[in-house]
Design a protein around this ligand. Structure first.
Ligand code: XIL
Length: 342
């Protein structure tokens, strides 16, 4: 009780001095979360946490192809715009996710018929309508998401199949539509996959050599407590060496990667998770500030995680806030750890 009162009074003092006592106020880069407009609207605790803890926002789903472009001749920006309104009303930086991906593609796109010129025109229309709609609102875009397989080859997709050089074209199209946007290539699981990482680095080199506008690399960071520190550090180092901006774009740290039904989120798992959060933030704090785009968590509280929803792994606890949007021990440890560096 005494501790809680002490912590509370420290918070109140900092707030009254105009200092931000939250994680985002203790680091020199944006700290974001991906958000779901339904939860923002219906769950006051979710909304309150999102507002107090994060100064950047990504739409978890509502700017993806399937959601913004449900029919060939119809865009639906309504839900994405709710995220825009939230960002504007609460002065949050907005990151766009994602223009071109092999997943969450509407049926009409999958069934599209035409030669490569027709496909390219279709892609152009999509990328540019979306980028123009959000121009001046988003600061950056994940232009292309997850194009490489673990063994380093181009992932088979409708884009790879129908549009030669689709990655470069997507970046050019996005740049034409929104010349001020910071353009990212975003991918997951580079750690421990040297061929995948190399493919990404080769792509960056190639795009730069051709003067194709690419400005950043998104490392999703859907990692787990068994992810290897050296491998994570290596891919961060390699990414930083490109000179591009670096975004840890979808951070969550799974504690039960094997999805064991009888899993208990015990002290051992919690400690391992804390160590990983601290490692990632510490490593990120050492990146040159001109390359720090920020760290974004993939949603807010443990029950909101896609690991439970999409992957149906009910015993997962990958974020900093619990089911009641209370800070977990990991939050307090991270707060201490980031302060030690500054
Ligand atoms: C996920 C969302 O979190 C889920 O709600 C949705 O059902 C599937 O997509 N990589 C990405 C994100 O780039 O867009 C994905 O988001 C997670 C993996």
């Amino acid at each position: 009780m005494k501790n809680i009162l002490l912590a509370l009074s420290l918070f109140m003092t900092l707030i009254s001095r105009g200092q931000d006592p939250f994680l985002k106020g203790q680091v020199h880069f944006p700290v974001g979360a991906s958000l779901n407009p339904r939860l923002l609207e219906n769950n006051p605790n979710y909304r309150a946490r999102a507002i107090s803890e994060f100064n950047s926002v990504t739409a978890e789903n509502h700017m993806k192809m399937m959601l913004v472009h449900p029919e060939q001749n119809r865009f639906d920006f309504s839900k994405g715009d709710e995220i825009v309104n939230y960002a504007m009303a609460n002065k949050k930086r907005l990151h766009g996710h994602t223009l071109v991906w092999h997943n969450q593609v509407p049926t009409w796109m999958k069934e599209f018929q035409g030669d490569s010129q027709a496909w390219e025109a279709m892609l152009k229309n999509h990328v540019q309508e979306v980028a123009k709609h959000y121009k001046g609102k988003v600061v950056g875009w994940d232009v292309v998401n997850e194009s490489f397989l673990d063994e380093g080859s181009l992932r088979p997709s409708i884009w790879a199949e129908h549009i030669p050089d689709y990655i470069a074209k997507s970046f050019q199209l996005a740049h034409e539509a929104d010349p001020d946007a910071i353009l990212f290539y975003n991918d997951y699981g580079q750690d421990g996959k040297p061929k995948k990482m190399q493919a990404i680095l080769d792509m960056v080199k190639d795009l730069k050599a051709r003067n194709i506008p690419i400005h950043g690399l998104g490392l999703q960071m859907h990692i787990n407590i068994d992810s290897k520190d050296e491998e994570l550090q290596k891919v961060i180092e390699q990414s930083v060496a490109t000179g591009l901006k670096i975004h840890f774009s979808e951070l969550d740290i799974a504690v039960n990667p094997k999805n064991q039904a009888d899993f208990v989120y015990d002290e051992t798992a919690k400690k391992a998770q804390i160590a990983k959060f601290n490692l990632l933030f510490k490593t990120y704090q050492q990146i040159p500030s001109s390359q720090q785009y920020g760290i974004t968590f993939w949603n807010v509280g443990d029950q909101d995680t896609w690991l439970r929803g999409y992957f149906k792994r009910p015993k997962e606890y990958p974020l900093l806030f619990d089911e009641n949007y209370e800070r977990k021990g990991a939050y307090d440890e991270l707060l201490k750890s980031v302060k030690n560096v500054n």
